[in-house]
Design a protein around this ligand. Structure first.
Ligand code: PLP
Length: 434
C-alpha cells in the first residue's frame, strides 16, 4: 500500500497559507487528498512520498508531448535567456501566429491570452460587438472556465434537479455571482438538434453566440452526433449568431487543426489553450477577420500585461514542432484505441457495466447500464461511487487518471505503458466489488 504521509503533512502546512491548501479548486479532489509532486519526466510523475505514477492526467490535458519534453524545454531555455516580457512585440509570436494560421481552418487572425477562461470571455465580447446582441447559448455539462457568466450548472444535486430539457435549471457553481449574470445565457442539453433548432428559432434575436466544446470532454467524453456541429454552424449563419468552438481541450489534442479540422466544421471564433504549449500559460482566441478586425480597429479592446511572454510562445512553437513530426498522431490514436479496447475487454471479463467512450487522444471510463452516454443528463446515471473506487484503486497501484474518469494520452506514451495500465486495471477491476 502506498503511503501519502509527506503529502498529507505538506497539505496541513499549506492550508495555513493557501486557501484550502491548493492553487486551483480541482486540485483538492485527488486521492486520498491533494497530493504534492516533486518532479515529472515523460509519462511519469513522482510525488513527495517517492511514489511513481504512470500519468494519464497530463496536467488536465496540456501535456500532449509528455512532461518536460527536451525539445520544448530547450526552446524555452534558449528564448527565455533573451528576456521574458518586453511590453512590446517579438519575432517568435509572429512565427507562432503564422503557424496557427497554417494549421487551424478558422484562424485568419488571432490574439494571445494567458488561459482558456480569459480567451472565452474575449470571444463573448467579440460576438456581442459583432452582432449587437447580448446573450449566448451554451450546453449542459460543458465547461468554459471559472468566470462569472460560465460558472453555472457544473455540479447538479441530481438528474431531477436539471428540470425539463426544454427549460433546464442551472445552479450557480459558486457563491458570489451577481444575480443578473444568469440572464446572459440560455442553456440546453447537448446533442439534441430538434431542441436546438426550436430554441434558436425562438431566441435568435437576442443570441450573440452559440458556444460548444466540439467534443464534450468535461463530462464523459462524448462525441457530437453526426450533423450536430454542422447544424450549429448553419443555424449561426442563418440567424447572424457567432459560432464559437471552445477547443481548449480538443485543440491540438485531436489533431493539428483542432476539432474544426477533424470534423470539417469551421466556426467563426475558437479558443485554443491547454495542449498548445505543454503547460506554459498561453491561449489563443482565433477567428475570422470579420470578428477579429474589431480588435484590429480597437472597437473591441483586448489587452494583458503578461500576454505572449517569451517562454510561453517558445513553448507553443516547440510543442507544435514535436507534434508535426510524421506519425505522431497515428501513434496517439493507435495507443488510445488499444487502451479503449483493452479496458472494454476487462469490463466484459469481470461482468462490470464499464462504458468506455472517446476518441483515442482522450477517453472516458464510467460505470453505467446505458449503452451510450449522449449528454449531461446521461452522465448523471454514472455510478460515481464505483468510479471513485476504480480511480482510487488505479492510483494506489501507480496509474494516475482524472478523478471523473478521463484519460489523456500523449505522444510519448508507449505500448508498454498501455500494457502496464491494462494489467493494473485488470487487477483493480477484479477486486472492485469486494
Ligand atoms: N474551456 C474548456 C473546454 C476547458 O476544459 C477549460 C479548462 O479546463 C477552460 C475552457 C478554461 O481554461 P483555463 O483553465 O485555462 O482557464
Amino acid at each position: 500500500m502506498r503511503s501519502y504521509e509527506q503529502s498529507a503533512a505538506l497539505l496541513a502546512r499549506a492550508q495555513n497559507a493557501l486557501a484550502g491548501g491548493v492553487s486551483s479548486e480541482f486540485r483538492k479532489y485527488n486521492h486520498p487528498h491533494a497530493i504534492f509532486y516533486s518532479h515529472a519526466e515523460g509519462t511519469r510523475i513522482y510525488d513527495v512520498d517517492g511514489n511513481e505514477y504512470l500519468d494519464f492526467t497530463l496536467s488536465q490535458g496540456p501535456l500532449l508531448v509528455g512532461h518536460n519534453h527536451p525539445h520544448v524545454t530547450k526552446r524555452v531555455d534558449d528564448y527565455a535567456r533573451l528576456g521574458q516580457l518586453y511590453a512590446g512585440q517579438h519575432i517568435l509570436e509572429v512565427e507562432l501566429a503564422e503557424k496557427l494560421q497554417q494549421l487551424i481552418p478558422s484562424a485568419e487572425l488571432m490574439r494571445f491570452c494567458l488561459d482558456g477562461s480569459e480567451a472565452v470571455q474575449t470571444a463573448f465580447r467579440l460576438a456581442r460587438a459583432k452582432t449587437g446582441k447580448a446573450k449566448f447559448l451554451r450546453f449542459e455539462g460543458h465547461y468554459h472556465g471559472w468566470l462569472d457568466n460560465v460558472a453555472w450548472g457544473l455540479s447538479m444535486p441530481s438528474v431531477d434537479a436539471l428540470g425539463s430539457p426544454e427549460h433546464p435549471n442551472v445552479f450557480p457553481w459558486t457563491a458570489g455571482l451577481p444575480d443578473r449574470v444568469s440572464d446572459e445565457f440560455i442553456t440546453l442539453p447537448w446533442n439534441n438538434l430538434d431542441l436546438l433548432r426550436q430554441t434558436v428559432a425562438a431566441h435568435h434575436h437576442e443570441l450573440a453566440a452559440i458556444i460548444t466544446e466540439p467534443v464534450m470532454c468535461n463530462n464523459g467524453c462524448i462525441l457530437p452526433q453526426p450533423g450536430f456541429l454542422e447544424s450549429i454552424r448553419d443555424l449561426c449563419t442563418t440567424y447572424d449568431i457567432t459560432c464559437i468552438f471552445d477547443e481548449v481541450i480538443t485543440g491540438f489534442r485531436v489533431g493539428l487543426g483542432g476539432a474544426q479540422a477533424h470534423f470539417n466544421v469551421v466556426p467563426d471564433l475558437s479558443i485554443f489553450a491547454k495542449a498548445m504549449a505543454s503547460g506554459y500559460p498561453i491561449s489563443a482566441i482565433v477567428g475570422k477577420r470579420a470578428w477579429m478586425d474589431l480588435i484590429t480597429t480597437a472597437k473591441v479592446i483586448h489587452a494583458g500585461t503578461m500576454n505572449s511572454s517569451n517562454s510561453t510562445v517558445a513553448a507553443a512553437l516547440g510543442t507544435i514542432e514535436v507534434l508535426e513530426q510524421p506519425g505522431v498522431y497515428d501513434h496517439i490514436y493507435q495507443l488510445g484505441g488499444q487502451l479503449m479496447d483493452g479496458l472494454r475487454a476487462i469490463g466484459r471479463h469481470y461482468n462490470q457495466n464499464l462504458l468506455v467512450q472517446g476518441m483515442g487522444p482522450m477517453l472516458h471510463t464510467g460505470f453505467t447500464d446505458l449503452k451510450q452516454v449522449n449528454d449531461f443528463r446521461d452522465v448523471q446515471a454514472y455510478d460515481k461511487v464505483k468510479l471513485g473506487r476504480f480511480v482510487a484503486g488505479l492510483h494506489d497501484e501507480g496509474i494516475r487518471i482524472i478523478g471523473r474518469g478521463l484519460w489523456y494520452l500523449s505522444a510519448v506514451h508507449t505500448t508498454g505503458d498501455i500494457d502496464m495500465a491494462l494489467r493494473v486495471a485488470d487487477r483493480v477491476m477484479s477486486k472492485l466489488d469486494s
